[in-house]
Design a protein around this ligand. Structure first.
Ligand code: AMP
Ligand code: GLY
Length: 424
């Protein structure tokens, strides 16, 4: 079968790395891809938001399954478009992707179906929003309603920060139309975890546990990023907690979406805050996590393709997922300055040496090729993923690879996975 993967980051490199191992996969195309992906797939220069261009390509090449990596085409309705043209595609419809695309939609769904989350209110009027945060006090969380590339959330530790965030979003238009409304939420304390399930709209198949590191600097300091590293398994998610998450969060979400007339098909990413063994939803995403996909797919033993096909065809009840015993740790190497502005185009040294190591996979994210050299071209550049007999061992493997790779101003966290060690 011919597969078409949409996206060009570390998540898509990991998906393609895994799909390429399937005996049923004949050829993989990727739009737009990156230099790492190009070693496994044919990269096509079509942007992820050029839905008509992507559809025309899938039809022309007689693609058997299209797999959507990022949220943007999902929230634009790529799944509806492909299905209307008879193309099999993995991902949620436009209506279902509102779980990620609209925080007010997802918060209203959680309220209606009694899914535990932070208390919240939605405002489009600045004065009403200001009055509300003054009444509630800090810490408090201010979020732009729409998609803001992970940057539209301000965890305000003081009232002044909360007021500034409301002004930035509603008055200054810092996030454009994504900020025409703000969601103001209760601050939740606890430890975060990422929980993923495959679903065909009715049946759910949970993945192994994972944890992301969202802040840019060690010890969870600095600004929020798309994710600076991730590991799996995450000991904070015990087997008992997994059952609680499935019963109190995942099933009511999937059932609720079906009852709302927009069944959710694809991979559902639930961002959780866990306090004293009680999970609450921080947010939903309509796609695989990046970088969580890297350690999860590195650990996945089962063939991924039949599971994706079963979701897309509405036949997940028989699917099973097996995992390698090994732990995996992905450390993101980023451009200096990220998540702020940064310089692109620095040649990256040591990629081949690192790739030759056992138990190490170098996933490309923000790279491109210039004059025969691989150079940095985005904020998050590489996802260096180590496998080991324990999280501690996987950490050592990942950092062994990291030490071989360099470019000017490279930045990475040195404490990825340490939270798991502190627990065990
Ligand atoms: P989101 O984009 O909604 O996942 O928010 C980004 C990050 O902000 C989360 O990963 C959390 O670290 C933090 N955050 C969001 N909402 C809350 C909340 N209600 N309480 C505490 N932290 C939060
Ligand atoms: N790792 C966070 C995300 O994918 O949104």
């Amino acid at each position: 079968m011919k597969i078409f993967v949409i996206g060009g980051g570390g998540r898509e490199h990991a998906l393609i790395w895994k799909l390429a191992q399937s005996a049923q996969v004949e050829k993989i195309y990727c739009a737009p891809g990156n230099p790492g992906i190009a070693e496994l797939a044919e990269c096509i220069d079509i942007a992820v938001d050029d839905l008509d261009g992507l559809l025309a390509f899938a039809c022309k090449e007689e693609i058997g399954l299209t797999v959507v990596g990022p949220e943007l085409p999902l929230t634009m309705g790529i799944v509806d478009l492909f299905q209307n043209h008879g193309q099999l595609i993995f991902g949620p419809s436009k209506a279902a992707a509102r779980l990620e695309g609209s925080k007010s939609f997802s918060k209203d769904l959680m309220a209606k179906y009694n899914i535990p989350t932070a208390a919240y209110r939605t405002f489009s009027d600045r004065d009403e929003a200001l009055a509300y945060v003054r009444e509630m006090g800090a810490p408090i969380v201010v979020k732009a309603d729409g998609l803001a590339a992970g940057k539209g959330v301000i965890v305000a530790m003081s009232l002044a920060d909360a007021e500034a965030a409301i002004n930035d979003i509603l008055v200054e238009g810092a996030f454009g139309s994504a900020g025409s409304q703000v969601v103001i939420e209760e601050f939740m304390a606890g430890e975060e975890a990422s929980f993923f399930v495959f679903t065909d709209g009715e049946n759910v198949l949970p993945l192994a546990s994972a944890q992301d590191h969202k802040r840019v600097f060690d010890n969870d300091e600095g600004l929020n990023t798309g994710g600076m590293g991730a590991y799996s398994p995450a000991p904070v998610v015990t087997p008992e907690l997994t059952e609680t998450i499935l019963e109190t969060i995942v099933r009511p979400t999937v059932d609720g979406m079906r009852q709302e007339g927009c069944p959710y098909v694809g991979i559902l990413y639930v961002g959780l805050m866990i306090e004293n063994g009680h999970p609450r939803v921080v947010e939903y995403n309509a796609r695989f996590g990046d970088p969580e996909a890297q350690p999860l797919l590195a650990r996945m033993k089962s063939d991924l393709l039949p599971v994706l096909l079963a979701c897309a065809r509405g036949a997940l009840e028989e699917a099973v997922l097996l995992w390698h015993d090994k732990a995996a740790v992905c450390v993101v190497m980023a451009s200096g300055g990220y998540p702020g502005s940064f310089q692109k185009g620095y040649p990256i040294q040591g990629l081949d040496m690192a790739a030759a190591l056992d138990d190490l996979i170098v996933f490309h994210a923000g790279t491109t090729r210039r004059e025969g050299m691989v150079v940095n071209n985005g904020g998050r550049v590489l996802g260096v993923t180590g496998l080991g007999t324990s999280v501690a061992d996987a950490i050592d493997q990942a950092y062994r690879g990291i030490k071989m790779i360099s470019w000017q101003d490279v930045h990475y966290r040195t404490d990825i996975g340490q939270k798991a060690l502190r627990r065990s």
